[in-house]
Design a protein around this ligand. Structure first.
Ligand SMILES: Cc1cc2nc3c(=O)[nH]c(=O)nc-3n(C[C@H](O)[C@H](O)[C@H](O)COP(=O)(O)OP(=O)(O)OC[C@H]3O[C@@H](n4cnc5c(N)ncnc54)[C@H](O)[C@@H]3O)c2cc1C
Length: 253
């Protein structure tokens, strides 16, 4: 059990869990943190960043991939912060673009507005953003990073909360849940599994199947937001960012 209910001293914490923390989930956390800093609430808030690979970089932008793999968006057009940097420390609402961060942390590395960052480096930027969001949280807000795979969500408690169940048996209770799991990783059907096993037993073969999409299941949709990813960082289904030019990864809501 990761989360307990109220300890009897003061109001129970308000708990928000984000399931899947790649760029999309990180954007949700960034905006939530920025709003909590702007509009102080008189109770403790607990944010849960849950990802089966790494909260922040997530699966697609993980750090262990080849430096030959590049992001397909110029670094100057990519930011996770909902506002430009100011004179203060980077934090939710104010921080550098990928290009600004790249130049500042790795001078002479070729970083610039029109440069294309290796994907692993973009992942490090995402890590930096989550660190900045966490370190700038108001005193009444705490972030829990949970590495694990959520396999189910069910109603919990009389106040309409949720209990998330992880594949290793841990649970997380939350008042609100945001699902940002990115692209689904479809399971193989029987025929595909047979083909995959056949290929796996022969070193010169690799089985490549076209994805079969399926949707997640949870009983009842209220208080659960499910943000499926598009194929790219700039999701046309979301409102534009406050900058006149499109800012990759930026999610305003
Ligand atoms: C190989 C590849 C390369 C790409 N390159 C580019 C590019 O260069 N430029 C571009 O614009 N877009 C690119 N994309 C598209 C990419 O999907 C988006 O850029 C972006 O990563 C989408 O963000 P997201 O947060 O929605 O999804 P993701 O980045 O996929 O994040 C979702 C996260 O949810 C986690 N998750 C899923 N299910 C669970 C669960 N049950 N429990 C816990 N955690 C869970 C995953 O581990 C993952 O980290 C690429 C995609 C792929 C697959």
């Amino acid at each position: 059990m990761i989360v307990c209910g109220a300890d009897g001293s003061g109001p129970a914490p308000w708990r928000v869990a984000v399931v899947g923390v790649g760029p999309r989930g990180l954007g949700v956390l960034e905006r939530t943190a920025a709003r909590l800093a702007q509009h102080r609430v008189g109770r403790r808030v607990e944010l849960y960043a849950i990802d089966l690979v790494e909260p922040g970089a997530g699966r697609i932008w993980r750090a262990d991939q080849s430096s030959c793999l590049l992001m397909n968006t110029p670094a100057g057009e990519v930011t996770m912060f909902s506002g430009p940097p100011d004179r203060g420390l980077a934090r939710a609402g104010a921080g550098p673009s990928l290009a600004q961060w790249w130049r500042a942390t790795r001078p002479g590395d070729g970083g610039g507005e029109v440069a294309y960052a290796p994907r692993y480096l973009s992942g490090r930027y995402l890590r930096f953003v989550l660190d900045a969001v966490e370190s700038g949280l108001p005193d009444n807000v705490v972030l829990h990073r949970v590495r694990g795979c959520v396999v189910a969500a069910r109603r919990a408690g009389c106040a309409g909360g949720w209990e998330l169940i992880l594949d290793d048996g841990r649970t997380v209770e939350a008042d609100r849940v945001v699902l940002t799991p990115g692209h689904p990783r479809p399971e193989l059907d029987d025929e595909q599994r047979a083909l995959s096993q056949f290929a796996g037993s022969r070193p010169h073969l690799q089985y490549d199947r076209s994805p079969k999409l399926h949707s997640g299941h949870h009983d009842g949709l209220s208080k659960v937001v499910d943000v499926r990813s598009g194929l790219r960082l700039l999701d046309p289904g979301l409102p534009p960012a406050n900058d006149p030019k499109s800012r990759g990864w930026s999610l305003l809501w």
